[in-house]
Ligand binder design. Structure first.
Ligand SMILES: NC(=O)c1ccc[n+]([C@@H]2O[C@H](COP(=O)([O-])OP(=O)(O)OC[C@H]3O[C@@H](n4cnc5c(N)ncnc54)[C@H](OP(=O)(O)O)[C@@H]3O)[C@@H](O)[C@H]2O)c1
Length: 288
């Protein structure tokens, strides 16, 4: 087994490295854009052949949801063309791909958690390109596994948890959207689920949903972050989406049904508040 983790400096990529280096050191190569630009088809093909890669975990993506509305070409290059390059390279050597996608492939009009078979209808450039990445991968490397996740955070890189801790310490008042409902996902939990799939010796291709358990709004999420960190001097106020205009439209509801991945791979989906506590413990210990 020779694993390639791409986007290895990102949130999920870093958590994959944390697990793989501890549990099975020496079997994985880690690349980010500096080592291997995934939009370079030839380079991706050569890398996979030369290093005799058997499994690719694609954690790379263009993830700046609002910027993507303007930066359309780069967003499509990373979220669609790069995925095609990975699929072609994998197909050429018979390697298997685990690719990460998003809850933003849905429009958010559902009234129950989204299943893998539910109709997609992305409402942003980011969501549209992530969906196009899914369909390209399924067409070119149909034995791939795609995992859609939501509201990812970790001690690494930029994310909502770190932003809300910083703002909570700086400001006496904060207005946060309370009518978009989803589930925060600790990247370490998702990385552990991916690790279990890799080590399961069972490969069931297809799309899966993975997030933490439970549901909240961005406002609830912020309140929980501040409570766990011990921020008491910042008054967090709920506001509707219309009072916080952003370049990209976001789904109002994006809770994912995780039953398929649990039934197929026996992975755990801890409650989001339990995982948030763990991440904040690491953040406050490391002062990252
Ligand atoms: N973050 C979320 O809230 C969220 C929610 C749902 C789904 N997801 C999905 O989950 C996955 C992991 O997200 P994440 O938050 O860990 O992402 P991230 O922290 O933004 O990391 C993505 C990594 O990919 C790298 N990358 C960008 N273009 C590349 C290229 N051409 N070649 C190679 N690497 C490239 C980035 O490098 P640079 O930083 O230099 O660009 C970055 O290190 C993605 O597929 C994302 O779409 C994320």
């Amino acid at each position: 087994m020779k694993i390639l983790v791409t986007g290895a400096n990102g949130q999920l990529g870093t958590e994959m490295r944390n697990i793989l280096e501890k549990e099975c050191p020496g079997v994985t190569l880690y690349t980010d854009i500096a080592e291997l630009d995934l939009t370079d088809a030839k380079a991706v093909g050569l890398y996979v052949v030369k290093n005799e890669i058997t499994h690719i975990v694609n954690c790379a993506a263009y993830t700046a949801v609002d910027k993507a509305e303007e930066d359309k070409a780069l967003c499509a290059a990373v979220n669609v063309d790069a995925v095609k390059n990975i699929a072609n390279a994998a197909d050429s050597v018979g390697a298997k791909v685990i690719h990460i996608s998003t809850d933003y492939v849905f429009d958010g009009t559902a009234h129950r958690p989204y299943r893998e078979s539910d109709k997609v209808n992305p409402v942003s450039q980011y969501g549209t390109t992530k969906r196009a990445g899914e369909t390209a991968l399924i067409a070119l490397a149909p034995d791939s596994i795609i995992i859609r996740t939501s509201w990812l955070y970790s001690p690494y890189g930029k994310n909502f948890v770190k932003t809300m801790i910083a703002l909570g310490k700086e400001r006496s008042e904060l207005k946060v959207v309370s009518d978009q409902i989803g589930t925060p996902t600790y990247a370490a939990d998702l990385a552990l689920a991916i690790y279990k799939i890799l080590m399961s010796h069972q490969w069931v291709e297809g799309i899966y949903h993975y997030s933490n358990e439970g549901a909240c709004s961005w406002y609830d999420f912020t309140k929980a972050i501040h409570r766990i960190v011990g921020i008491v001097d910042c008054d967090v106020k709920p506001i509707p989406t219309e009072d916080y205009p952003t370049a990209a439209t976001r789904p109002y509801y994006s809770i994912l049904d995780k039953s398929l991945i649990r039934a197929t791979y026996g992975v755990e989906t801890p409650h989001w508040e339990e995982s948030l506590q763990k991440c904040i413990e690491i953040l406050t210990t490391n002062k990252e």
